[in-house]
Design a protein around this ligand. Structure first.
Ligand code: FEO
Length: 397
């Protein structure tokens, strides 16, 4: 049947590709869609691991039915994570398969009750406990806050498949090429970093704990609930996640600015010119009024240097820059060099706010801090050039 893809014998991808949702979580753009990966494991008992968003129930349950024996049912729905991009189909599935047991942990059970009003036939598992399907054996590991408190992963012991839910997942629909060895990994790795920096990065320390907890498992396949299934090189995606969650960065600078009438833009251009003169190869410039923060975060997460510039707006940061700074504070972005610049006309504010953020203790400020009154003078622009030069030197160390 269309849209059913074997992962291993009697283990199938039954996910859905979403090309209709414009904004994931109503925030993050989906220019090339997203997949909700779901899996059916057909042992003597039948388990579905992670479900899909509620919009896809009809097509999704058709796939499940196509894999059931005549008169058969789903015995278990394993809920690794309760965010409704995965649990949205849960209530409808219970209606279609009334005897289906729902498997999660204590926190999952609380969310199932509170989201869907379901409390019966819910099995609560502990960290390290197992479920024998007859021919397949599922083992559960709690990985709280990767991405919600109830998040867990499921490891199938006979085939060594790790169903990791949000962890190792990314944006981008799969469209029938579900495996890493048949995917455009340049595209997907960027989309996985976008998912990480937009959604999971806030919990990097918990990602580190999860990686440590799972480090002794022999893993042949990583099957996340978004993005490609890693059967050729699962170690690669683990290594990337390890890097990102350690806040390890690469040489390069992201320059994010806002400008209402071009004056702060001229300061940005002086910094940019200086970075070019310093032969800084990887430089990304974003006008925060026009680049969606989702894509800005990817570059901030990737590069060692970040320079933020803003005009003053009603004595504060320009609102789109304020929003970016708020997100960076919330994500506790760290281990990066930061430079700040900006302008004001009748009242200061923006540069003070950026400077305060830069001195939060998680970042290293690169001097000089540059502030222009109204339009930048030649001396201001020279200071901007010095900031670019100093930043280039710092990120190269
Ligand atoms: Fe893919 Fe946190 O949900």
């Amino acid at each position: 049947m269309l849209g059913i893809i074997p992962v291993r014998e009697n283990m199938f991808w039954i996910g859905m590709n979403d090309h209709e949702t414009d904004l994931f979580e109503s925030i993050w753009p989906l220019p090339r869609g997203v997949s909700y990966n779901s899996f059916l494991v057909r042992g003597e008992k039948i388990a579905v691991i992670d479900a899909v968003k509620s919009n896809f129930i009809a097509a999704y349950t058709d796939k499940i039915r196509a894999l059931l024996p005549p008169g058969g049912s789903v015995d278990y729905l394993i809920v690794n994570h309760m965010e409704p991009d995965h649990s949205g189909a849960l209530k409808a599935m219970r209606g279609i398969f009334p005897d289906m047991k729902i498997v999660g942990n204590k926190k999952t059970a609380e969310f199932i009750r509170d989201f869907y009003g379901i409390a019966d036939n819910v099995i609560s598992v502990d960290d390290g406990s197992s479920l024998d399907l007859g021919g397949f054996k599922l083992k559960f590991f709690l990985t709280p806050m990767v991405h919600w408190p109830e998040t867990m992963v499921t490891y199938e012991e006979t085939q060594k498949v790790l169903f990791s839910c949000d962890a190792f997942g990314g944006f981008g629909a799969l469209d029938n090429r579900i495996f890493d060895d048949e995917s455009d990994l340049v595209y997907f790795e960027n989309e996985i970093l976008r998912y990480y920096s937009n959604i999971v990065g806030r919990y990097s320390n918990m990602v580190q704990r999860a990686i440590d907890k799972l480090k002794d498992l022999e893993i042949a396949v990583i099957a996340p609930s978004h993005g490609p299934i890693w059967r050729k090189n699962p170690a690669h995606i683990i290594a990337l996640y390890d890097r990102w969650s350690r806040h390890e960065t690469e040489e390069g600078v992201v320059l994010v600015y806002a400008s209402m009438y071009g004056n702060t833009c001229r300061m940005m251009e002086a910094i940019s010119q200086s970075l070019a003169e310093e032969k800084m190869e990887k430089v990304r410039v974003h006008d925060i009024s026009r680049s969606h923060v989702s894509f800005v975060l990817v570059d901030i997460w990737r590069f060692r240097g970040m320079i933020l510039g803003s005009p003053t707006y009603n004595t504060k940061l320009f609102p789109p820059m304020q929003s970016l700074v708020h997100i960076l504070e919330n994500e506790e972005v760290r281990n990066r060099f930061i430079g700040v610049f900006g302008s004001y006309s009748w009242s200061k504010g923006a540069v003070n706010a950026l400077h305060e953020f830069a001195c939060c203790g998680r970042l290293t400020l690169v001097e000089p801090v540059v502030e222009a009154k109204c339009a930048p003078t030649a001396a201001d622009l020279e200071q901007c050039r010095l900031l670019g030069k100093n930043m280039a030197q710092m990120v190269r160390r």
